[in-house]
Design a protein around this ligand. Structure first.
Ligand code: IDP
Ligand code: MG
Length: 151
Protein backbone atom coordinates (compact mmCIF):
# COMPACT_ATOMS: atom_id res chain seq x y z
CA UNK A 1 0.00 0.00 0.00
CA UNK A 2 1.05 3.59 -0.64
CA UNK A 3 -0.03 6.47 1.56
CA UNK A 4 -0.35 10.10 0.51
CA UNK A 5 -0.81 13.17 2.63
CA UNK A 6 -3.36 15.48 1.05
CA UNK A 7 -3.94 19.02 2.31
CA UNK A 8 -7.05 20.92 1.30
CA UNK A 9 -5.43 24.32 1.59
CA UNK A 10 -7.00 27.42 3.20
CA UNK A 11 -8.55 28.58 -0.09
CA UNK A 12 -10.33 25.23 -0.52
CA UNK A 13 -11.76 25.47 3.01
CA UNK A 14 -12.69 29.15 2.70
CA UNK A 15 -14.39 28.60 -0.66
CA UNK A 16 -16.47 25.66 0.54
CA UNK A 17 -14.68 23.20 -1.73
CA UNK A 18 -13.85 20.58 0.90
CA UNK A 19 -16.90 18.50 -0.03
CA UNK A 20 -16.44 18.58 -3.82
CA UNK A 21 -12.72 17.78 -3.60
CA UNK A 22 -13.21 15.04 -1.00
CA UNK A 23 -15.96 13.56 -3.17
CA UNK A 24 -13.57 13.15 -6.08
CA UNK A 25 -11.11 11.30 -3.86
CA UNK A 26 -13.81 9.03 -2.42
CA UNK A 27 -15.47 8.43 -5.76
CA UNK A 28 -12.19 7.36 -7.29
CA UNK A 29 -12.07 4.52 -4.79
CA UNK A 30 -9.24 5.76 -2.62
CA UNK A 31 -9.39 4.77 1.02
CA UNK A 32 -9.23 7.27 3.87
CA UNK A 33 -6.97 6.46 6.81
CA UNK A 34 -7.07 9.85 8.53
CA UNK A 35 -8.97 13.14 8.30
CA UNK A 36 -8.96 16.34 10.37
CA UNK A 37 -9.46 20.10 10.34
CA UNK A 38 -6.44 21.95 11.71
CA UNK A 39 -4.53 25.20 11.76
CA UNK A 40 -0.99 24.75 10.44
CA UNK A 41 1.65 26.42 12.62
CA UNK A 42 4.55 28.30 11.10
CA UNK A 43 7.06 25.66 12.25
CA UNK A 44 4.98 22.83 10.78
CA UNK A 45 4.67 24.77 7.51
CA UNK A 46 8.43 25.31 7.37
CA UNK A 47 9.10 21.62 8.06
CA UNK A 48 6.55 20.39 5.54
CA UNK A 49 7.77 22.72 2.78
CA UNK A 50 11.46 22.48 3.77
CA UNK A 51 12.53 21.56 0.22
CA UNK A 52 11.37 25.02 -0.94
CA UNK A 53 13.20 27.07 1.68
CA UNK A 54 15.11 29.94 0.03
CA UNK A 55 12.89 30.06 -3.05
CA UNK A 56 11.24 33.43 -3.84
CA UNK A 57 7.74 32.13 -3.07
CA UNK A 58 8.66 30.39 0.22
CA UNK A 59 7.57 33.09 2.67
CA UNK A 60 4.34 33.64 0.77
CA UNK A 61 3.72 29.91 0.76
CA UNK A 62 4.19 29.68 4.54
CA UNK A 63 1.89 32.67 4.99
CA UNK A 64 -0.75 31.10 2.74
CA UNK A 65 -0.80 27.65 4.34
CA UNK A 66 -0.91 29.10 7.89
CA UNK A 67 -3.51 31.80 7.10
CA UNK A 68 -6.67 29.81 7.89
CA UNK A 69 -7.71 26.24 8.71
CA UNK A 70 -6.89 23.38 6.38
CA UNK A 71 -8.28 19.87 6.07
CA UNK A 72 -5.65 17.16 6.02
CA UNK A 73 -6.21 13.60 4.97
CA UNK A 74 -4.27 10.40 4.60
CA UNK A 75 -5.30 8.40 1.58
CA UNK A 76 -4.13 4.90 0.79
CA UNK A 77 -4.15 2.56 -2.16
CA UNK A 78 -2.12 0.01 -4.07
CA UNK A 79 1.24 0.80 -5.70
CA UNK A 80 0.88 3.69 -8.12
CA UNK A 81 -1.68 5.52 -5.98
CA UNK A 82 0.50 8.58 -5.41
CA UNK A 83 1.14 9.08 -9.11
CA UNK A 84 -2.60 8.67 -9.74
CA UNK A 85 -3.45 11.29 -7.11
CA UNK A 86 -0.95 13.74 -8.62
CA UNK A 87 -2.68 13.27 -11.98
CA UNK A 88 -6.05 13.99 -10.35
CA UNK A 89 -4.61 17.11 -8.68
CA UNK A 90 -3.13 18.55 -11.89
CA UNK A 91 -0.23 20.87 -12.64
CA UNK A 92 1.09 23.13 -9.87
CA UNK A 93 -0.12 26.21 -11.75
CA UNK A 94 -3.93 25.93 -12.05
CA UNK A 95 -3.86 28.17 -15.12
CA UNK A 96 -1.98 25.37 -16.87
CA UNK A 97 -3.70 22.42 -15.21
CA UNK A 98 -5.87 20.28 -17.46
CA UNK A 99 -9.65 20.50 -17.21
CA UNK A 100 -10.90 17.57 -15.17
CA UNK A 101 -8.13 17.95 -12.62
CA UNK A 102 -8.83 19.51 -9.24
CA UNK A 103 -6.61 22.52 -9.84
CA UNK A 104 -7.76 22.79 -13.47
CA UNK A 105 -11.43 22.84 -12.48
CA UNK A 106 -11.33 24.99 -9.33
CA UNK A 107 -8.28 27.29 -9.48
CA UNK A 108 -6.63 30.06 -11.46
CA UNK A 109 -3.35 31.15 -9.79
CA UNK A 110 -0.31 29.19 -8.60
CA UNK A 111 -0.38 30.91 -5.20
CA UNK A 112 -3.96 29.69 -4.61
CA UNK A 113 -3.83 26.15 -5.97
CA UNK A 114 -6.18 24.58 -3.43
CA UNK A 115 -4.52 21.27 -2.68
CA UNK A 116 -1.27 19.60 -1.71
CA UNK A 117 -0.54 15.96 -2.48
CA UNK A 118 2.61 13.99 -1.67
CA UNK A 119 4.81 13.48 -4.72
CA UNK A 120 6.40 10.08 -3.95
CA UNK A 121 5.88 7.16 -1.57
CA UNK A 122 8.85 8.43 0.47
CA UNK A 123 7.46 11.95 0.82
CA UNK A 124 4.06 10.41 1.60
CA UNK A 125 5.47 8.58 4.60
CA UNK A 126 7.46 11.63 5.74
CA UNK A 127 4.47 13.97 5.47
CA UNK A 128 1.96 11.60 7.09
CA UNK A 129 4.30 11.30 10.07
CA UNK A 130 4.60 15.07 10.56
CA UNK A 131 0.85 15.77 10.32
CA UNK A 132 -0.64 12.76 12.13
CA UNK A 133 0.13 10.76 15.24
CA UNK A 134 -0.32 6.98 14.83
CA UNK A 135 -3.36 7.13 17.15
CA UNK A 136 -5.12 9.48 14.72
CA UNK A 137 -4.88 7.00 11.85
CA UNK A 138 -6.89 3.89 11.11
CA UNK A 139 -4.46 2.07 8.90
CA UNK A 140 -6.24 -1.19 8.26
CA UNK A 141 -9.98 -1.13 8.13
CA UNK A 142 -12.04 -3.41 5.93
CA UNK A 143 -14.21 -1.64 3.41
CA UNK A 144 -17.13 -3.57 1.95
CA UNK A 145 -16.54 -2.09 -1.51
CA UNK A 146 -12.86 -3.10 -1.71
CA UNK A 147 -13.58 -6.15 -3.88
CA UNK A 148 -15.51 -3.90 -6.30
CA UNK A 149 -12.66 -1.41 -6.61
CA UNK A 150 -9.67 -3.75 -6.83
CA UNK A 151 -9.79 -7.03 -8.77
P1 IDP B 1 3.20 20.93 -5.95
O1 IDP B 1 2.27 21.42 -4.87
O2 IDP B 1 2.46 20.76 -7.26
O3 IDP B 1 3.98 19.70 -5.55
P2 IDP B 1 5.68 22.45 -5.61
O4 IDP B 1 6.58 22.84 -6.73
O5 IDP B 1 6.14 21.36 -4.68
O6 IDP B 1 4.25 22.10 -6.24
O7 IDP B 1 5.37 23.76 -4.76
C1 IDP B 1 4.74 23.66 -3.51
C2 IDP B 1 3.70 24.75 -3.42
O8 IDP B 1 4.36 26.02 -3.43
C3 IDP B 1 2.72 24.83 -4.59
O9 IDP B 1 1.64 23.91 -4.48
C4 IDP B 1 2.24 26.27 -4.47
O10 IDP B 1 1.29 26.40 -3.40
C5 IDP B 1 3.51 26.98 -4.06
N1 IDP B 1 4.24 27.52 -5.20
C6 IDP B 1 5.08 26.86 -6.02
N2 IDP B 1 5.58 27.68 -6.97
C7 IDP B 1 5.05 28.90 -6.73
C8 IDP B 1 5.19 30.19 -7.35
O11 IDP B 1 5.90 30.37 -8.33
N3 IDP B 1 4.47 31.20 -6.78
C9 IDP B 1 3.67 31.03 -5.69
N4 IDP B 1 3.52 29.85 -5.09
C10 IDP B 1 4.20 28.80 -5.58
MG1 MG C 1 5.51 19.46 -4.15
Amino acid sequence: MERALIILKPDAVQRGLVGPILSRIEQRGLKLQGLKLMQVSESLARTHYGEHEGKPFFNGLVGYITSAPVVVLVVAGKAGTIEMIRTMVGATNPAKAAPGTIRGDFGIEIGRNLIHASDSPESGEREVAIFFSPAELIADWGRVTDAWIYE
